[in-house]
Design a protein around this ligand. Sequence first.
Ligand SMILES: Cc1cc2nc3c(=O)[nH]c(=O)nc-3n(C[C@H](O)[C@H](O)[C@H](O)COP(=O)(O)OP(=O)(O)OC[C@H]3O[C@@H](n4cnc5c(N)ncnc54)[C@H](O)[C@@H]3O)c2cc1C
Length: 391
Amino acid sequence: MNDQRVLEVEQKSPVSEEDNLIIDTVNKFLERDVKPFVKEFESEDKYPQLIADKMADLGLFGATISPEYGGLGLSAVTYSKIVENVSAVWMSVSGIFNSHLIMCAAVERFGSEEMKQYYLPKFASGEIRGGIALTEPDCGTDLQSIKTKAEKVGDDYIINGTKTWITNSVQGSILAVLVKTDTNIKPAHKGMSLILVEKKHGFVARKLKKLGYRGIDTGEVQLENVKVPKSNLIGEIEGKGLQQILAGLELGRINVAARGVGVARASLDDSIEYAKTRKTFGKPISEHQSIQIKLAEMATKLEASRLLTEQAAKAYDSGNRSDLQAGMAKLFATETALFNSTEAMRIHGGFGYSPEYNIERYYRDAPLLAIGEGTNELQKLIIAKQLVSDN
Ligand SMILES: Cc1cc2nc3c(=O)[nH]c(=O)nc-3n(C[C@H](O)[C@H](O)[C@H](O)COP(=O)(O)OP(=O)(O)OC[C@H]3O[C@@H](n4cnc5c(N)ncnc54)[C@H](O)[C@@H]3O)c2cc1C
């Protein structure tokens, strides 16, 4: 992004000096330790272990965990700026710490003090990394239909079921698993609970192939008679799992919106650069009106996405539920990522279709944003529900 626009963004957003230092440090890490390696790891769908280790050194696995538990305690505003910058370089890297942080948020908000004392420092340092396991082969949007069951036997839960599309399940060692602890109760969410399950307890994960978001692991997880101490139930009381994970997903949606801003920004920046150098009919294509119109639309949608994302992050930081703002930001910013990556492909002509350029990666990564953390169809339902209930 050109310096003038970066400056304008910084002026619009109140970020402390200390947080700006963290953002600068992450930017340097992206330039030095990520950018040169993206093509290699992406094209081979290879896990970037060194990058993940450096992220641990930077404290990113504890970005939003409170300092009292060893985290950086960043605000959602600062966190979303970091996610935007990471995603403008390589969206997959944001997945390594984002679903981990949704799990962390659920533990910090709802876990017992004993659970927090034990797990959060290890989560913050990156010693234990993981994610969230909600989706099943037969349901993703309709989470109340999950079939994975946890049965209490003595001091343990015995868990059986299959989860799919679970990010960090192969390389990570812990998952917050959404289960049914009561299959008869109505409504179904009253029988749903969130349980921390470690790999040592016995879950098995198989890596899945993907269109984009490559390099990081997304897997199918089998839980067969997995025995977990009952103290791993988040919040100690059964039946609260759906609310707990939905609260965590607010931050998740802000993060996905920020990813959208990052991908949309990278698509625009690469397009501006290309349009200034590619010549047709004796002049740079940036001088053709049809290209100028594309750039103008891309830039306007990008700015609107960034403002919506910042607004959602501020609402989250205020401590109130921010479903409406997070839903709007997620919807608009991710549709913008899809729009901008497609327009970037057109601006680049045939070269956009080549792995030599980053455009085809943005084009493959962007659709996930419309699916993950609640599909965009679901976001519209969430937005409408809030509008109706507020009036
Ligand atoms: C790369 C990748 C990583 C992922 N990582 C994770 C992860 O870490 N953890 C995790 O738990 N899940 C993860 N997921 C799963 C993801 O969250 C789900 O794919 C998503 O929630 C949608 O669920 P589904 O695929 O079952 O689609 P479905 O729920 O079957 O939906 C299919 C279509 O129907 C639409 N639809 C459904 N219900 C309605 C309705 N009521 N009204 C209107 N339209 C509707 C949807 O919007 C969609 O267009 C990941 C997925 C991918 C692809």
